[in-house]
Design a protein around this ligand. Sequence first.
Ligand code: FAQ
Length: 314
Amino acid sequence: MTTLTSEELERRFQEKIDENQYIEPKDWMIEKYRQNMIRQISQHAHSEVVGMLPEGNWITRAPNLRRKVALLAKIQDEAGHGLYLYSAAETLGITREELLEQLHSGKAKYSNIFNYPTLTWADIGAVGWLVDGAAIINQVMLQRASYGPYARAMVRICREESFHQRQGFEIMLTLCRGNAEQKEMAQDALNRWWWPSLMMFGPNDKDSPHSAEMAKWRVKRETNDELRQRFIDRVVPQADFLGIKIPDSKLKWNETSQHYDFGQINWDEFYNVIKGNGPCNRERLKARIEAHEQGKWVRDAATAYANKRKNKAA
Ligand code: FAQ
């Protein structure tokens, strides 16, 4: 049996990626790739789970039964996304307990967007329309990410997110076709969610430390700025259709580039939020930790039941 040198293993690893083959859990991989996949997949999982909180806030106050059922279903989908993604991260050799510990201790990040409050029912429309809309644009790309379990999880997640996006847009449409006060609520939600949604794509390419490696490993097949631009180009006509105004005085169609030009993103706000100082960071982490503690009896019961079955089978 020939033993491959680490250079040879690295060369074969990169070749596989360049040929668009998936890297699977049992395959040899560069340690830095493994660590970065754990970072990204777990942050993504945490985002799905923390992302349930701002919407959960409105389940009891949804304006009618149909809205309540759709919102409940959407939030349950997000829980499911979190679970697929935690499972995908676990295939890289980290345990669920370690992943949760990283979230609860504040070591692991989750998306900036979930640190903003949902103040009115229109915010539920804006979250579906803009937040899920941004998530889909990023995740459609990730369906072709080089790590097999992550890419496959993305396929189902994208299908569900597209229902979420339409659910949000329909809420916005209903409000915009309603009375003046309802339309004002929709406009106010757009004003507050627009800029944080643009930040979801991450820093500008020139300030994105992980982009070069993630592109080389074909996790990122498009850059933060390219995806952000696609989102803007897609959403502006939708806002026009709704009859509400995107809060950016610099927003303008550019005939030459065939894209919308847009104003400066407040990156100080972004870094402040992801460092833990956004409007709701503390509240979100507190809610997650409490939910984890209150769920201990369920985990204990499931473990006791699994042990009982194992002992019976032995
Ligand atoms: N929020 O070098 P880059 C959803 C951090 S799912 C917080 O560009 P990268 C569904 C980044 O981690 C939404 N932190 O990093 C839903 C890094 O810090 P680190 C979640 C951010 O990884 C809807 C530093 O900045 N989606 O919404 C953010 O190459 C409604 C430098 O950045 C995903 O997680 C941010 N937005 O690119 C659920 C998608 N952006 O780790 C409920 C998967 C950057 O060194 C309700 N993730 N940072 O400490 C990705 O595609 C990438 O990780 C990016 C960032 C594009 C987010």
